[in-house]
Design a protein. Structure first.
Lengths: 353, 244
């Protein structure tokens, strides 16, 4: 009864995405599509930590930049093709995230958020100052893709689509696994989770590492896509802010929320940018984030789901409540009460679905 | 009989207050042991020291003569020691059934990469839910249940980790008489199945009827122990409760 909202949608949506670049052939639309998919992939990844586990990192751009730089350096130094080196080097970034997570996850709440921002700033400083490797502030260039320029965005679009599907598969698998159940338990009550036997530190660190993977992969592909990267753009805190904003708009801790958020937010952001042609979009984004937190704290998908359920079953909710009240009034005869309650809950579910 | 759980001169201070002060207790295997004392006598702090939430300033906790002091809470849980809370703690956004599955003990990689729920686990969870009368609510989010049902769910869920010793913090607190009866019967029948209990409870009627051994704390120290009728007439106990 819970996942009905999106039943049947993923397949038509996938087909629409597959033909999208052939309907809108201008390079701009291919770039926009790539950006949407990139953001959706990274937000889906971020959601494993920020949504399922409840630890909201503001510094995931560190893994984006790290992925971007590793791919660019490998391409320049050893001629590694980013299309296969990005997924590989993202594993290295995951290991870095696990090591850093081990330290940072001793903190909780806002202290954790600050620690992640500090992590991002440290990586940016490293990128600026390790000139031998990163070429400093001017940044790094890498070889252009070999395919013809008029189609040059197309392979990136499809590659990113595959990344998004992979990220969604991982997110769905985590959500249904015992690991994911432990993460949700940590989000609800970490101390209690520890006391009923969940190895909270291990779970959090692994979730942090996993959530870095697709962000690093996205960074790697982005670095090939833009061909020139510099610390200011690769380690930009707004990249992490986008992931959060997207996820919170669509639905924090839901499988499809980050995707929905990206499909709304990225085109909207482009539209604002084109309309005003200035950095005003940053201010508008800030206002938007406030508005989401104030008026739609759980995001579009959960709010929509709740609204639909309430609209369809106003009476069933009462019936459920009554059966529970009867249960407590009469706990000595649970079987009888259970039978009565069972009927009513079933009715409630039927009305809802 | 050997002591299943033993604390040795356990001390814990908070600022200038010594909440638990050189406390040594023993819980015999297979018993229902009561832990009573006036408010602020250190009962809940003692629970927190035993379950690894707090580290003691000195002294130790032993489970079957093995020192568990300093172990992390989940390790202690894996050794067969579970607890409930005075103010019920559940995973509020998870369903009733999921609340039951989280505490299931699993080892190694299966714990991480296995499916959310194996069929045999679900069956065991449903059987336990049936026993406490919550089976029909298995798909409801925990927060939608009533106060009494929260208590029952928390109790049932800690049993999913197959504990040998359960620490109950006020199982009869704030619930009606029928429910208290139900809880007591449940504790007794689980005890017959081999589960040892250490129970903190303010309702003296419940303690005297339920427990076969009682420990009395006052100001962080054990001031008396024995079978219910002995403790009941102990002058030190009367002193602690009524003041001299």
């Amino acid at each position: 009864m819970r996942r009905n909202l999106l039943r049947g949608w993923p397949i038509p949506a996938l087909i629409a995405l597959l033909i999208y670049p052939w309907i809108w052939r201008e390079p701009y639309f291919h770039v926009l599509g790539f950006n949407v998919l990139l953001n959706a992939t990274m937000a889906t990844s971020w959601n494993i930590m920020g949504g399922y586990t409840g630890y909201k990192s503001l510094g995931h751009a560190a893994f984006f930049g790290l992925g971007a730089y590793l791919v660019a350096i490998a391409a320049n130094q050893w001629g590694w093709n980013p299309l296969w080196s990005a997924p590989l080097l993202a594993v290295a970034v995951t290991l870095v995230a696990i090591a850093l997570g081990w330290v940072m996850l001793r903190t909780t709440g806002s202290a954790f958020v600050i620690a992640t921002i500090a992590m991002l700033l440290i990586f940016r400083l490293l990128a600026l100052n390790l000139r031998e490797i990163t070429k400093g502030a001017p940044g790094l260039s890498q070889p252009l893709p070999p395919w013809p320029p008029e189609f040059s965005r197309l392979p990136f679009f499809y590659y990113m689509l595959a990344c998004l599907i992979a990220a969604l598969a991982v997110s769905a698998y985590v959500r249904r696994s015992r690991f994911g159940l432990g993460l949700l338990a940590i989000r609800d009550d970490e101390g209690k989770a520890d006391m009923v036997g969940v190895n909270t530190t291990l779970y959090k660190v692994l979730a942090f590492g996993l959530s870095a993977y697709f962000v690093a992969l996205g960074g790697g592909i982005w670095s090939y896509f833009t061909t020139h990267i510099s610390p200011v753009f690769a380690f930009d805190i707004l990249i992490g802010v986008d992931m959060i904003l997207t996820t919170m708009l669509g639905g924090l801790g839901t499988l499809w929320g980050p995707v929905l958020g990206a499909f709304i937010l990225i085109p909207a952001s482009d539209l604002i940018l084109f309309t005003f042609r200035s950095q005003i979009h940053v201010a508008i984004f800030g206002a938007l984030m406030l508005a989401i937190i104030l008026f739609l704290p759980r995001g579009i998908l959960p709010s929509l789901q709740e609204w639909l359920e309430r609209r369809r079953a106003p009476r069933a909710a009462f019936a459920g409540a009554r059966s529970m009240a009867e249960m407590v009034a009469d706990p000595t005869r649970p079987s009888e009460a259970a039978r009565r309650g069972d009927d009513e809950v079933t009715v409630a579910e039927e009305v809802k679905s | 009989m050997t002591a299943f759980l033993r604390t040795e001169k356990l001390t814990r201070r908070f600022g200038g207050i010594t909440a638990v002060d050189g406390c040594s207790i023993e819980v015999q295997q297979g018993s229902i042991t009561g832990l009573i004392g006036p408010n602020g006598s250190g009962k809940t702090t003692l629970f927190n020291l035993i379950t690894g939430v707090y580290q003691p300033d000195s002294g130790g906790v032993y489970l079957r003569d093995q020192r568990i002091t300093g172990s992390l809470p989940h390790r202690i849980c894996h050794r067969g020691l579970s607890r409930t809370f005075q103010i019920t703690r559940l995973f509020w956004d998870l369903s009733v059934l999921e609340n039951m599955i989280v505490p299931v003990r699993q080892v190694g990689l299966r714990a991480l990469f296995g499916p959310g729920m194996y069929q045999h686990e679900e069956e065991r969870a449903l059987a336990l839910l049936e026993r406490v009368g919550l089976a029909h609510l298995k798909d409801q989010p925990a927060r939608k249940l009533s106060f009494g049902q929260h208590k029952l769910l928390e109790f049932a869920s800690v049993l999913m980790s197959e504990p040998e010793l359960v620490l109950l913090d006020e199982p009869a607190g704030g619930v009606n008489l029928t429910m208290i009866r139900f809880m007591m019967d449940l504790i007794r029948s689980l005890n017959k199945e081999g589960v040892t209990f250490l129970v903190v409870e303010h309702n003296m009627g419940v303690v005297m009827e339920l427990c076969d051994h009682i420990l009395v704390l006052d100001q962080g120290r054990k001031i008396a122990e024995g079978p219910p009728h002995v403790v009941q007439s102990d002058p030190a106990v009367l002193d602690a409760y009524l003041g001299s």
